[in-house]
Design a protein around this ligand. Structure first.
Ligand code: PMP
Length: 449
């Protein structure tokens, strides 16, 4: 069956996420028939290597037999029940396992059904905590330049990516923006961390009495351009939050579950946040589920007679969905059955070695990597670091070339990256980097259109 009838029907009725639909007048929309491992397959039998894990959710490949089976089994017992007044075994077992795996001291799980809702939960819980302990003047948050925390209004308020945020400014609450520790500015990682921490401290000094929390994407600011920093920044940030007595929210929705080389990115800094947010890979890339882990201290500030008005009355219909929890438990079992951090180190070394051939490319700058996340920037001029005018959409040209050569390489503007599932083979990494290289050659050779 050809792709075209589905594309035609789709373009009449769907409105796709993060897409200028006008682009699809010329850009192919690809209906996927099935997927297996790292491969997606369309209706004409063409394959695409999912080098970005379907927006960073997939960990162990598509159609993993163990996750499929876990969902099937759960389906035969219970698909869903509300989590208020009722509970079920998968939500309990998953909470127990997450608490055992997370940095010690995180002892409570509050579930949501997507990453943005986990961010909303943490922001509300932090503010509400301060209110419940008699510090209702604490209503503000600090974020870090180039952060991304999701698209709902609260999550967008604490994000700092203008492209996604600008049209909605009138809806958003004001947030303090501290400098990014992004280490791309001819500094060592430690110098970037020190510089950014000094900027953070200035904000904390000025607003010490009105702040609730700092929110951070530990080690890699993903959607804001795969900007990477040294764990020393996260360690320093924890120390600053302690010094000023405010919460630290670690948004590991994108970087959690092994992407950075450890199960959780915070481990590399040896710290425990007050809120740890997980989503995306939590279910192995199968079903929407997120969770906000927090401490006894936070939990106890809400635990009181109903009349005290201290309860956290936040809910989502699909909170802790049983099928999603079963997929998450199966995913954690897969982690437990192999040394994935070790095999990822081997894969990460292959990514690093293959990408190094692009080091001298005249239009490639800042090749960088943290664990299984590798990125680079297309630049007009390598010596000055001058970017291409965004209107030239060079990154999109790379994406288009990739689709024609069996690779899904959806970029972030002119930042190209690889964040593959952990079951990718070494030869597949070499193939996808070869496609990426040819795509870059073509996209940068073309005159501005
Ligand atoms: N936080 C981070 C760090 C993310 O990368 C994302 C999604 N890209 C989100 C939050 C929002 O998650 P979701 O898309 O599931 O709402």
């Amino acid at each position: 069956m050809p792709n075209s009838p589905l594309v035609e029907r789709d373009l009449k009725v769907l409105w796709h996420p993060c897409t200028q639909m006008y682009d699809h007048l010329t850009l192919p929309l690809i209906p996927i028939r099935r997927a297996h491992g790292v491969w997606l397959e369309d209706f004409e039998g063409r394959r695409y290597l999912d080098a970005i894990s379907s927006w960073w959710v997939n960990l162990f490949g598509h159609a993993h037999p163990a996750i499929n089976e876990a969902i099937r089994q759960q389906l035969s017992e219970l698909e869903h029940v509300l989590l208020a007044g009722f509970t079920h075994a998968p939500a309990i077992a998953l909470s127990e396992k997450l608490i055992a795996l997370a940095p010690p001291g995180l002892s409570r799980c509050f579930f949501g059904d997507n990453g943005s809702s986990a961010v909303e939960i943490a922001l509300k819980m932090s503010l509400h905590y301060w209110r419940n302990i008699g510090q209702a003047q604490r209503t503000e948050f600090v974020t870090i330049a180039h952060s991304y925390h999701g698209e709902t209004v609260g999550a967008l308020s604490v994000s700092d990516v203008g492209l996604y945020k600008a049209p909605y400014e009138p809806l958003l609450f004001k947030t303090h923006v501290a400098p990014s520790p992004d280490g791309r500015q001819n500094e060592t990682g430690m110098d970037s961390a020190r510089r950014a921490l000094a900027g953070m401290k200035e904000i904390l000094v000025r607003h010490s009495q009105t702040l609730c929390a700092v929110i951070v994407e530990p080690l890699v600011q993903c959607a804001g351009g795969m900007r990477m920093h040294d764990p020393a920044y996260i360690k320093g940030l924890r120390a600053l939050c302690d010094e000023f007595g405010i919460h630290l929210i670690a948004d590991e929705i994108a970087v959690g579950f092994g992407r950075t080389g450890t199960l959780f990115a915070c481990e590399q800094a040896g710290i425990r946040p007050d809120f740890l947010l997980l989503g995306k890979g939590l279910t192995g890339g199968y079903l929407p589920l997120s969770v906000c882990l927090t401490t006894d201290t936070v939990y106890e500030a809400f635990f009181a007679d109903y009349g005290a008005g201290k309860a956290f009355l936040h809910s989502h219909s699909y909170t802790g969905n049983a099928l999603a929890c079963a997929a998450a438990l199966a995913t954690l079992d897969i982690f437990a059955q192999g040394d994935w951090m070790a095999s990822n180190r081997t894969l990460a070394a292959v990514i690093s070695e293959t990408l190094s051939t692009l080091r001298d490319h005249p239009h490639v700058a800042s090749i960088r990597q943290t664990g299984m996340i590798a990125a680079l920037d297309l630049v007009a001029d390598k010596t000055t670091g001058q970017a291409y005018p965004p209107s030239e959409r060079r990154g999109l040209a790379v994406y288009r070339y990739g689709l024609e050569h069996e690779a899904l390489l959806r970029p972030l503007g002119d930042t190209l990256y690889l964040m593959p599932p952990y079951v990718i083979q070494e030869n597949e990494i070499r193939t996808v980097v070869a496609v990426l290289t040819a795509a870059i050659d073509q996209a940068t050779a073309a005159a501005a259109s």
